[in-house]
Write a protein that binds this ligand. Structure first.
Ligand code: NAD
Ligand SMILES: O=C[C@H](O)CS(=O)(=O)O
Length: 475
């Protein structure tokens, strides 16, 4: 029997006749049946959000309490949420458990930030003619936030949208990814239990081309926060006019293994961070630029470390690499690898597919114009690119249209700081790979990886307006 879920609108659970079937990504069987939103439901969701925002009587302390409570409830219900992620996203259990812990952190951080919302004094009387004036700013919520989230972190990336929006005093309409909507609906249940007033959070499920499109055209929404592919991000930008927009998009993360790297550290790290969740992480290692002098050693150590990876059933507590989100996506990865092979690439390990499972793959003899290097592969495939000259290497890796996060392994401080200044990314990790994130840090990309930062403190800045108040005093 599959589990049933409905839409969450104005504090009520709304059933519709049109159903979305959500598959268990490992077995391919139906895992849940979810009511889909039509035009009427999306309209109601935005209307409720606008009404709730306008009559929102929650103080900053109330918002702190609700968000703190959701954080606690997530910890209490950790197994339920982890299993939900395992089933609908196919994420290996231990990574799903980590996602729940991180989401609890995201809510706790947002709760704390709700208490720190403040403006600042502005010394207007330092301007000639303004001797009798005083001024300060206050942080105001933007109103209704339209949030659209991807499949790969169905809890924590939803948390990164909802929690700061509520902390800032906004109301939210969320459209989760159609492949993984049930975790977001479970989260809405926790908000209900935590006492969030009706309408401040609404969850509408449906495709990007229906629900997503309708949301983009709704003038009652003041700010859009989107995480997903650059392709869809661009469409949203083109459709949302002068509205505020936060875009967290794709990447093809570069990591440099310098001649002065701890090669063993780099190899062990990349064996984990290139393949976890089948590489379906936006900061997963994809391009490894390795100095010629250490390439042989690094390659051997990487292949050795990869023997530790357990591939298979995501329900198994030891699994590192489970299925991709669909067999079609695994086929796409296979096609890209075949295309690279036809053009001279050599497969050092992997390259095989079994249904939605794509085995961890390392390629060498690749060129910069191959899709596996140039585009975002979003699959467990890492390409090795040897270099001799660091400056030329960084120039080449910067040719990528993307710039979310990158990494460099080196014991040389000058090299590390040279890279910090030259690599075009939102965040550079030194002696770590691109795949490092804790939820309090500013997180977001440059170039086609988007703009605007996430991390509760930074999202709250994006999701508020600074209003200036000037007092004209008599003397
Ligand atoms: N930068 C980040 O923080 C970050 C985090 C996670 C994922 N990502 C990126 O997300 C992508 C993978 O996720 P995905 O496959 O779910 O992405 P996607 O772009 O296909 O979908 C993301 C969301 O957009 C919706 N959507 C699709 N078309 C739409 C439209 N026309 N209008 C409005 N909404 C629409 C989808 O239904 C989904 O909810 C990768 O590119 C990955 O790098 C980026
Ligand atoms: O997929 C991209 C996410 O941002 C992953 S994480 O939050 O950095 O783990």
């Amino acid at each position: 029997m599959s589990e049933k879920f409905d839409l969450f609108i104005n504090g009520r659970w709304i059933q519709t006749d049109d159903k979305l079937e959500v598959l268990n990504k490992h077995t391919g069987k139906t895992y849940a049946e979810v009511s889909k939103a039509g035009e009427e439901e999306v309209d109601q969701a935005v209307k409720s959000a606008q009404k709730a925002y306008k009559s929102n009587g929650l103080s900053a302390y109330d918002r702190f309490e609700v968000l703190k409570k959701v954080s606690e409830l997530l910890q209490e219900n950790k197994e339920e949420f982890a299993l939900s992620i395992v089933q609908e996203a196919g994420k290996p259990l231990k990574q799903a458990q980590t996602e729940v812990d991180r989401a609890a952190q995201t809510f706790e951080l947002s709760a704390e930030e709700a208490k720190r919302l403040s403006g600042h004094g502005v010394p207007v009387n330092a301007a000639p003619g303004s001797e009798n004036r005083m001024a300060f700013t206050i942080k105001m919520p933007v109103g209704v936030v339209g949030a659209i989230s991807p499949f790969n972190f169905p809890l924590n990336l939803v948390a990164h949208k909802i929690a700061p929006a509520i902390a800032a005093g906004n109301a939210v309409v969320l459209k989760p990814a159609s492949a993984t909507p049930t975790t977001a609906l479970r989260l809405a249940r926790l908000f209900e239990e935590a006492g969030l007033p009706a309408g401040l959070l609404n969850v509408v499920v449906g495709s990007g081309s229906t629900v997503g499109k309708q949301m983009q055209k709704d003038e009652r929404i003041s700010l859009y926060t989107f995480t997903g592919s650059a392709e869809v991000g661009l469409k949203i930008k083109q459709n949302t006019g002068l509205n505020k927009l936060i875009l967290e998009l794709g990447n093809n993360s570069p990591v440099i293994v310098d001649k002065e790297a701890d090669v063993a550290q780099a190899a062990t790290n990349i064996a984990q961070k290139g393949f976890a969740y089948a590489g379906q992480v936006c900061i997963s290692v994809q391009r490894v630029y390795v100095h010629e002098s250490v390439k042989k050693d690094f390659q051997e150590k990487l292949l050795e470390a990869m023997k530790e990876l357990k591939v298979g059933d995501p329900n198994d507590k030891d699994t590192d690499v489970g299925p991709m989100i669909s067999e079609d996506e695994a086929k796409r990865a296979e096609d890209w690898v075949e295309d690279a092979k036809e053009n001279g690439a050599e497969v050092l390990t992997g390259g095989e597919r079994k249904g939605p499972l794509f085995y961890p793959t390392v390629l060498t003899n690749v060129t910069k114009n191959m899709k596996v290097v140039y585009d975002e592969i979003f699959a467990p495939v890492v390409s090795l690119l040897p270099y001799n000259d660091l400056e030329a290497c960084i120039d080449e890796l910067n040719e990528s249209p993307y710039g979310l996060q990158g990494g460099i392994f080196t014991k040389n401080l000058d090299t590390a700081f040279y890279a910090a200044r030259k690599v075009e990314v939102g965040g550079l990790m030194i002696n770590d790979s691109s795949q490092y994130r804790v939820d309090l840090m500013p997180y977001g990309g440059v170039k086609d990886s988007g703009w605007g930062k996430e991390g509760p403190k930074y999202s709250i800045d994006e999701m508020t307006e600074e209003r200036l108040v000037v007092m004209n005093l008599e003397n």
